[in-house]
Each structure stands twice: as structure tokens, then as C-alpha cells.
Design a protein around this ligand. Structure first.
Ligand SMILES: NC(=O)c1ccc[n+]([C@@H]2O[C@H](COP(=O)([O-])OP(=O)(O)OC[C@H]3O[C@@H](n4cnc5c(N)ncnc54)[C@H](O)[C@@H]3O)[C@@H](O)[C@H]2O)c1
Length: 313
């Protein structure tokens, strides 16, 4: 099978690409290194890597014409700076529609997309959130642009799966609390936690399910979620344990930021029905693998899709 992976040097894309290569598939990656790293994928005879942007329609069309993929795993996304609407729309809307359009034109059989749980808004009316919850992405540029791309996918007539995700973590996770805790603890800085709770899922658990989606399992929207959330404090404690620090630094507890959500629990019922009862790796193992990665490669600084003024506090 030939699979085109956008954002294939990022966290999710690189794990999917590795698993596809392991089982004998041919993989073409396009990545502009906005948050990905070249060292995330080793050279392989069945792997081609193109360093370029999906926002360039000519580049995208040429790649689809020459590679003729059977499936597309579209992970490329812009989310680094909540005030950078230009790049969010350029990558997530223009780039995303370039990919969908080229997939339609060249007869791609399966299209796999990744949506943010922020598409349900900051205060979802259900807990856990069901797949039929209205999409209310207006709270962030990232969610608006990701949801726009999901709507285009629905409009396209392609055979697609969209995985709506809360928090995917593990090696090569460069955004969110895990790399921030690691870097600050390493630098001897104080960390803070809020009372927020999240469902952290291991990136390799997701990647296995993405391969099934490439093979034809599932149609439409799914939550990739264990259905259980943990306190950010528990994540912090797991990082402190995994780093084997001589002392156990205590995190300051702060109130939630204005665009932060208390808990994101996504109802995984449909995923279990169609993809089977999934195995979820324990948080301690997930965090330990992520810390081993940061020890070798470092982090990329502190960023989340939260507003800049909240990050500076
Ligand atoms: N990780 C999560 O918790 C999470 C949660 C919700 C949704 N998602 C979605 O999952 C997908 C993958 O997330 P991830 O955690 O692997 O993020 P990531 O930042 O590790 O990977 C994204 C990749 O896309 C690349 N990219 C960005 N703009 C590009 C462009 N214009 N052209 C080509 N490549 C470009 C980046 O360099 C990076 O390698 C994204 O679509 C994201 O919106 C992730």
C-alpha cells in the first residue's frame, strides 16, 4: 500500500509512518518542520521525505500525481501561536483543502484526519462528550481552522475517518504540559498545575488504530479516547518520578486560564464498536517513554494553543 502522510515528521505522523514501513508499505511524507523534526524518521528504502508546505497547491498536486497514494494520513497542522491566524488558516484551511482536493482528483481510497476536541467548545454540554455534540470551535483560531478542514472533508465525498482527539502524548510530543514540565524541571524552574483533568492517550496506541483506518476499518467520526481522565497533577507527578530527580519539587496550583477547559472526556463507544476493545498504555509508561525522548532530543520550547498572556503567567 502507498500512504501519503502529511506532517509525517511530527508526533503522530512519524509514529504512523514508522508502523506503515514496518509492515511493508511505501510512505511519502510532506512536512515543513514547523513543529516536526527531521530526526523523527530514520532513512528507509520505502520512505520519501519532502520538506515543503501543504499550503503550496502546485507542490501538493505534483506529489499526488507522481506518488498516486492509496491512502492519506493528514496530520499536518498549525497551532503554535493562538494569535497567528494567518498560518493557522494557511496550513489548516488552504493546505488541508489542497490535500483533500488532490486526494479526490487522484482517486484516494481512504483519508484519515485528526480533529481537536476543542471543536466542541470550551464548555461542552455533555460529559463525556458524544460524537453528535454540536461543533462550536469559536474559542480558538486552531479549532476554527481544524473544524473548517473537517467540514471540507465531509463535503468531499471521500471515504474518510476523522479521529477527534483530546491529548495524545508520548515520544516526539512537543506541545502541551508534558514537554513544558520536563523542560522547566530540568532547568530547575517552578511548574504550575491547574485543577484541569485530561484523558492522555499514548501516541503508539493511536497509531495502531490509524493503520486499521488506512486498511478500511471505520467510516466517519470517532473519538480516540480511553474514556477516563486524570488530573494534570498526576501527569506532573509521573514526570517528576520518570525524571528521577533527587528532590521532589512541588508544583504551584493555579486557577484555570480563560480559554482552558476543566475536563475533556470523549465518549469512545463508537470507536470500541468498530475498532474493537482497544488497549491503552498506562500513564507511567507513556510518560517514561516521552521523558526518554526529551533526554535524547530535548524539547522545542514552551507552546500550547492557549493564549500567550496565559502562558507567560
Ligand atoms: N497531539 C494531540 O494531542 C492532538 C490533539 C488534537 C488534535 N491533534 C491533531 O493531530 C494532528 C497531529 O498532531 P501532532 O501531535 O502529531 O502534532 P505535531 O506538531 O507533532 O505534528 C504536526 C506536523 O505537521 C507539520 N506541519 C505543520 N504545518 C505544515 C505545513 N504547512 N506543511 C507541511 N507540514 C506541516 C509540522 O512540522 C509537524 O511535523 C494535528 O492535525 C493536530 O491538529 C493532535
Amino acid at each position: 500500500m502507498k500512504v501519503l502522510v502529511t506532517g509525517g515528521l511530527g508526533q503522530i505522523g512519524s509514529h504512523v509512518a514508522e508502523m506503515l514501513l514496518e509492515r511493508g508499505d511505501e510512505v511519502l511524507v510532506i512536512d515543513n518542520l514547523a513543529t516536526g523534526r527531521r530526526e523523527h524518521l530514520a532513512e528507509h528504502e520505502r520512505l520519501q521525505i519532502v520538506i515543503d508546505t501543504i499550503a503550496d497547491k502546485g507542490v501538493v498536486d505534483d506529489l499526488f500525481d507522481s506518488f498516486q497514494p492509496h491512502a492519506v494520513v493528514h496530520t499536518a497542522a498549525s497551532y503554535k501561536d493562538p494569535d497567528d491566524w494567518y498560518n493557522d488558516t494557511l496550513t489548516n484551511c488552504v493546505g488541508g483543502s489542497n490535500i483533500i482536493d488532490a486526494a479526490k482528483r487522484t482517486g484516494v481510497k481512504r483519508f484519515v484526519y485528526f480533529q481537536t476536541a476543542l471543536c466542541y467548545g470550551l464548555k461542552p454540554s455533555q460529559q463525556p462528550v458524544r460524537l453528535d455534540h454540536p461543533r462550536l470551535p469559536g474559542s480558538s483560531s486552531y479549532a476554527i481552522s481544524k473544524t473548517t478542514n473537517e467540514f471540507y472533508l465531509e463535503l468531499s465525498g471521500l471515504d474518510y475517518v476523522t479521529f477527534r482527539l483530546a491529548n495524545v502524548v508520548g515520544p516526539r510530543n512537543v506541545a502541551g504540559p508534558l514537554p513544558i514540565f520536563y523542560q522547566r524541571l530540568k532547568d530547575g524552574k517552578l511548574c504550575f498545575v491547574t485543577e484541569a483533568r485530561r484523558d492522555f492517550v499514548f501516541v503508539k496506541d493511536l497509531a495502531r488504530v490509524v493503520l486499521s483506518a488506512c486498511d478500511g476499518v471505520g467510516h466517519g467520526a470517532y473519538h480516540f479516547s480511553s474514556g477516563k481522565d486524570v488530573a494534570i497533577q498526576e501527569l506532573y507527578d509521573a514526570v517528576v518520578n520518570a525524571m528521577d530527580l533527587p528532590e521532589s519539587p512541588v508544583a504551584e496550583v493555579k486557577a484555570l486560564g480563560p480559554d482552558d477547559v476543566f475536563s475533556i472526556l470523549l465518549d469512545p463507544t463508537r470507536t470500541f464498536e468498530d475498532f474493537g476493545q482497544l488497549e491503552f498504555t498506562p500513564l507511567e509508561t507513556t510518560v517514561r517513554e516521552a521523558i526518554n525522548y526529551y533526554k535524547e532530543y530535548g524539547t522545542l520550547g514552551e507552546y500550547t494553543h492557549l493564549r500567550l498572556e496565559d502562558k507567560k503567567k
